[in-house]
Write a protein that binds this ligand. Sequence first.
Ligand code: SF4
Length: 233
Amino acid sequence: MTDPINLTIDNQTVQAAPGSTILQVARSLGIEIPTICVHEATQPNALCRTCVVEVEGMRVLAAACVAQVSEGMIVHTRSERVERSRKTILEMLAASVDLSEAPAIQTMMAAYQVDASRFPQAARRNPPIMDDNPMYIRDYEKCVLCWRCVQVCAQDAQYTYAINFSGRGFETQIATFFDKPLPLSTCVFCGQCIGVCPTNALKPRREWLLEQGLSSEAIAAMTQSERRKHRKE
Ligand code: SF4
């Protein structure tokens, strides 16, 4: 049996199994570290960087969701540098993405006293809503590029590989291959992507149509005819 690893997190000494991440060990101690891209159904990928922590002796902040513990490690999860970094990440997100339907991120922003107007000159991401199938809409104005939807669509759950990153830099977006409409992709409309999306960028089409003021009857008639149309193609 491999020896446990001894480390210190926020002045608490702890033993952890080799291979554990800082996030896992911190949470086992009841230490809360914020995350956006981490979900229990998906592999951590260090994309959002809100889980950064300070490790003594390391030049840069470490992403706690993927950084593994090591012998003698001393970790600070709430140092001034960590808090400033998390706050700035949230302020940059608030400047460019519509977070109005992301309650967990809003709670995080309140906890970190985020100034949502800190970057008034920032360009906002505002692509049009994608309404190309009877099952759900994609509103990438609300997308924080956490990658959860891509992961559950791929090897973390469904093995369908209908979506992935597309574009570079500011133009990066989740998309189907060659930007085909979803019915022409490998999507099987399992809905798992909607289940893991933290911002409501992905939403059941029925819910979205109700929000637009349509009646249940009008929606039922519309989606039935659309389903028939898609079956003929
Ligand atoms: S659509 Fe939702 S789950 Fe997918 S990357 Fe964007 S925010 Fe994350």
